[in-house]
Design a protein around this ligand. Structure first.
Ligand code: 4AD
Ligand code: MG
Length: 431
């Protein structure tokens, strides 16, 4: 009997097949039982009659949810069945019959309980749909970067220094009494590989010991970071627009079933096309004041401000020219107004907040030295980074796209902890 995955049953209508998976649910009604099977690719309902298939009936009857099994049966198209197909079960082999109650029942559970059981929670259709969309987003992002001529150059996770401020660094004991830090961003390293290869990016985990409890913060998250020699801030805005659009449209095109499982309103995603509205930091402050938000010029934006700024448009919004004082040490000042940085953020709609941060980097050795001193950063661990300004320095720019915030937006997830298989937050490193 051919072993078929549930997402492929449509092409086996009228044939007998074997499925391998788990019992997801069971409804018993007298002489008939309706088991629902899942195999990771989908869920299908089966039907078993006591009179026609006593052995299969016996095996499934009272079987606890999430027991593992192999079932053989005839596939039928049935508009009334969830998913549109049904399996008339003829034979069942139980692989493991669960003997204790399965922790996650098919009812509402509190989020703490679900997070404590994340290793099991991911088996539910909603979580599985989110993880499939995450996979699609990663695939689409890498495909886009590759097609734009960007070379993937992985950056290290153990680093000797900070990149995004020293207040949220994770310090770890390294060999021989030395200290290392978990990377906050691969940016400094892709600046080096950009001088070697031109257009590059890294894509991996980043770590922030932030005590933020918001729905947008993890202590470990994934970031895609392009960097290009000779590129300016505008080039990076255009690249980010293209990348975001490709990720969103790929998910809409390739994950309709998953988006449907999540009840996501795809109309809000379909309209995402470049160019995105652009507003300067100065204009952003004016918009905030008009909305009764009193943020003074010179202060950074938080979730509330980001939501106001992005809610006027159904698309992401680019905010550029932030005050240098609130941005990282490496940002190139605007020659016209040196108190401003050639940096930009992209804010996702529907309250998902900043999904991209980037801009042009300081290419002058002297200015970079000055900024390291102003930021109380030690010179020694940045020696190699300073070398990039000593040996053939060129203007260059890049950005970082936060994967989880992007996927949270696509999936409509309430909190970004739902869109990474095993989230790490200030309170949780288990499971
Ligand atoms: O704005 P950030 O801190 O920028 C950088 O790290 C730059 N070095 C990137 C670069 O230019 N190469 O972070 C970039 C993005 C944010 O816009 C956000 O989407 C995400 O990374 N991010 C987080 N996501 C989840 N949890 C956190 N704690 C995050 N911090 C940043
Ligand atoms: Mg930022």
């Amino acid at each position: 009997m051919p072993v078929v995955s549930i997402d492929q049953v449509a092409s086996h209508v009228g044939k007998e097949i074997t499925l391998r998976g788990w019992l997801y649910n069971l409804r018993e009604s007298g002489k008939l039982i309706f088991p629902q099977f899942r195999d990771g690719t989908g869920v299908i309902q089966g039907v078993v009659s006591r009179t026609e298939n006593p052995d299969a009936f016996q095996a499934l009857s009272g079987l606890p949810q999430e027991s593992s099994l192999e079932v053989t049966g005839l596939v039928r198209a049935d508009a009334r069945a969830p998913g549109g197909y049904e399996m008339q079960v003829t034979a069942v082999t139980i692989i493991q019959k669960i003997t204790e109650p399965y922790p996650i029942q098919l009812k509402e559970h509190g989020v703490d309980f679900l997070l404590e059981n994340r290793h099991l929670w991911i088996r539910t259709p909603r979580q599985a749909a989110i993880l499939r969309i995450r996979d699609e987003a990663i695939f689409a992002a890498r495909e886009y970067m590759h097609k734009q001529g960007y070379v993937l150059t992985d950056s290290p996770i153990f680093t000797p220094s900070s990149c995004e401020g020293t207040t949220n660094l994770f310090e770890v004991d390294y060999m021989d009494d030395r200290k290392a830090y978990l990377t906050q961003s691969g940016q400094l390293y892709v600046e080096a590989t950009a001088a070697a290869l031109g257009k590059v990016y890294c894509f991996g985990p980043a770590f922030r010991a932030e005590r933020s409890k918001t729905r947008r913060h993890l202590t470990e998250f994934w970031m895609l970071e392009p960097e290009a020699a000779f590129a300016r801030m505008d080039d990076m805005m255009a690249l980010a627009e293209g990348l975001i659009t490709h990720i969103i449209q790929s998910a809409v095109e390739h994950c309709p079933k998953e988006l449907d499982t999540l009840k996501r309103d795809v109309k809000l995603l379909e309209t995402v096309r470049p160019p995105f509205p652009r507003i300067s930091y100065d204009e952003a402050i004016e918009i905030l004041h008009k909305h009764g938000n009193p943020t003074p010029w010179g202060e950074d934006f938080g979730g509330d401000e980001e939501t106001i700024l992005s809610s006027e448009h159904g698309r992401p919004v680019i905010v550029h020219h932030f005050p240098s004082a609130i941005k990282a040490f490496y940002m190139q000042p605007d020659p016209q107004r040196p108190e401003l940085a050639l940096g930009f953020d992209i804010l996702a709609p529907e309250g998902y907040g900043e999904i991209v941060g980037g801009g042009e980097r300081i290419s002058s050795y002297e200015l970079l030295m000055e900024r390291l001193r102003q930021n109380d950063l030690p010179e020694e661990p940045f020696r190699w980074y300073l070398d990039l300004r000593r040996f053939g320095s060129v203007p260059h720019s890049g950005f970082g796209l936060g994967l989880e915030r992007t996927v949270a937006w696509i999936t409509g997830a309430e909190h970004i902890r739902e869109v990474i298989p095993f989230p790490r937050t200030i309170y949780r490193i288990y499971p």
